[in-house]
Design a protein around this ligand. Structure first.
Ligand code: PLP
Length: 496
């Protein structure tokens, strides 16, 4: 995709940056490169078809002594890097939570890199602070979240949830910020509750905060993979009788394996009764609430203490951008603000300083890309795209349901279908049919992925291996969904 070697290009200057003339020239080429990439992406295999270590072996082990031409760099981009990329922007990327960038989002990233602000204080870039406040309030309105919720941008949902749980712990008034947890005999076990289907980031947050894995109590789920509310209530009562301090419940709207929705409205009174923080992990499905008829998925969140939603998952925002909506920004600030003399500013009492609300000092200007995306597509445009993804997922699920050789393994509230092949298989002597079906489904998945035409991932539900088809790419159309269905059936015919 890069041009042939251009011998006229000057070598890198000995001092200073690339000249404006060259920047313009290479920049135009690079934009052309990206446009070509998107236009021709379906010619590339979705899943990188290389072996571990291949790229490392192809790269020089030591850095160049002299600067190199952009021609040489772009040639290696095509030759070495592109084949080693798994193309999340490919419309047949259906694995994990399929997410995608968009053109206005890419422009936002380019500008953010050009400004290169470190948004730690209001004065280090007023635009970064103020645009973030405004654009997150737009998003809040689009999702129908309560006006009492204030948004703050982190890189990922893992980090958003970490900060939410830290704020919840700060609210328990145990002087953990000042005295820590180690060596203290006066601290009972602090408990956090999340369903067995909650994302691993919750457990990681608990590990990172020094609470220890035993502080997380995993609550069983019902037949549709939603938190069992009665089991939650019992667990909290039991822990209190044991002298523990239950301080936080994490509900999930759109779990990772199946996109199930915990019954937030029923969980609220339990949290309120025990004065606990309710954090809602809507990292994936929160974006669906921008579709008016799907707003109900955040039902109950108006009484949550915090909600995380990831525009980088399903709002066409290039990675990374996660938003924590929080009702108690003051607690977040109490947990994290630490302002040395060299960061004091005259206006600090009347403005928001990004560094007060988390572990990071400098922060990227992420709001810029979200602002450009919302302006370019508009609320209606974003809703139309998400609505279409949900339609495609329901369509795929209907084909699965109609086929005697396949079954849908979980409800489909959004754009994720969990399904598996279930043909009649003969179990050999001493063999278990379920094990054979697991092996068959795994082989089907690897077979489809090896074609390079589509990429799927899997999970386990009730001990069974299940395939996941996630639709979230801005370029995915019915044609791509039909094609992966054909690929799946071809693999099934070849293997069963
Ligand atoms: N929460 C849920 C429900 C998720 O599905 C995921 C990732 O898929 C995460 C959190 C973590 O997201 P991130 O990569 O932004 O940390």
């Amino acid at each position: 995709m890069s041009e042939k070697k251009d011998n006229d290009l000057p070598l890198t200057p000995s001092l200073g940056d690339m000249s404006a003339v060259d920047f313009r020239r290479h920049g135009h080429r690079l934009v052309d490169w990206i446009a070509d990439y998107f236009e021709n992406i379906e010619r590339l295999p979705v899943l990188a078809q290389i072996e571990p270590g291949d790229l490392k072996a192809a790269l020089p082990p030591s850095p160049p002594e002299q600067g190199e031409s952009m021609d040489a760099i772009l040639a290696d981009l095509d030759r070495l890097i592109v084949p080693a990329v798994t193309h999340w922007s490919h419309p047949s990327f259906f694995a994990y939570f399929a997410t995608s960038t968009s053109a206005p989002g890419i422009f936002g990233e380019m500008l953010s890199a050009a400004f290169d602000v470190k948004g730690m204080l209001w004065r280090t870039s007023p635009a970064s602070t103020e645009l973030e406040e405004v654009v997150l309030d737009w998003l809040r309105q689009m999702m129908g979240l309560d006006p009492g919720m204030t948004g703050f941008i982190y890189d990922t949902a893992s980090v958003s949830s970490l900060h939410a749980i830290a704020a919840a712990r700060e609210g328990v008034e145990l002087r953990i910020r000042e005295e820590g947890m180690s060596g203290r005999t006066d601290l009972p076990l602090l408990r956090v509750y999340a369903s067995e289907q909650a994302h691993s980031s919750i457990e990681k947050a608990i590990i990172t905060l020094g609470l220890g894995q035993r502080s997380l109590r995993k609550i069983p789920t019902d037949a549709e993979f939603r938190m069992d509310v009665a089991a939650l209530a019992d667990a909290i009562e039991e822990d209190k009788r044991s002298g523990f301090i239950p301080f936080c419940i994490v509900a999930t709207v759109g779990t990772t394996s199946t996109s199930s929705i915990d019954p937030v409205r029923e969980i609220i009174p339990i949290g309120e009764k025990h004065v606990m923080w309710l954090h809602v992990d809507a990292a994936y499905a929160g974006s669906a609430a921008v579709v008016p008829e799907l707003r109900h998925v955040l039902d109950g969140c108006e009484r949550a203490d915090s909600v995380v939603v990831n525009p980088h998952k399903w709002l066409f925002t290039p990675f990374d951008l996660s938003v924590l909506y929080c009702r108690h920004l003051d607690l977040l600030r109490r947990a994290f603000s630490l302002v040395p003399e060299y960061l004091q500013t005259p206006e600090q009492a009347i403005v928001r300083s990004g560094s007060d609300y988390g572990v990071q000092l400098g922060r990227r200007f992420r709001a810029l890309k979200l602002w450009m995306i919302i302006r370019y597509f508009g609320h209606e445009g974003l809703a139309a795209r998400i609505r279409e993804h949900c339609r495609l997922a329901r369509l795929f699920a209907s084909w699965v349901e109609e086929s005697p050789d396949w079954e849908v393994a979980a409800p489909v509230p959004f754009a994720l279908v969990c399904f598996r092949a279930c043909p009649q298989v003969e179990a050999g002597p001493g063999e278990v049919t379920e094990k054979r079906l697991d092996e068959l489904n795994e082989a089907i998945m690897h077979g489809v992925n090896a074609t390079g035409d589509a990429f799927l991932s899997h999970t386990k539900l009730n001990g069974k291996l299940v395939l996941r088809l996630s639709i979230g790419n801005i370029r995915t159309t019915e044609k791509h969904v039909r094609h992966v269905w054909e690929l799946l059936n071809a693999q099934l015919s070849a293997l069963a």
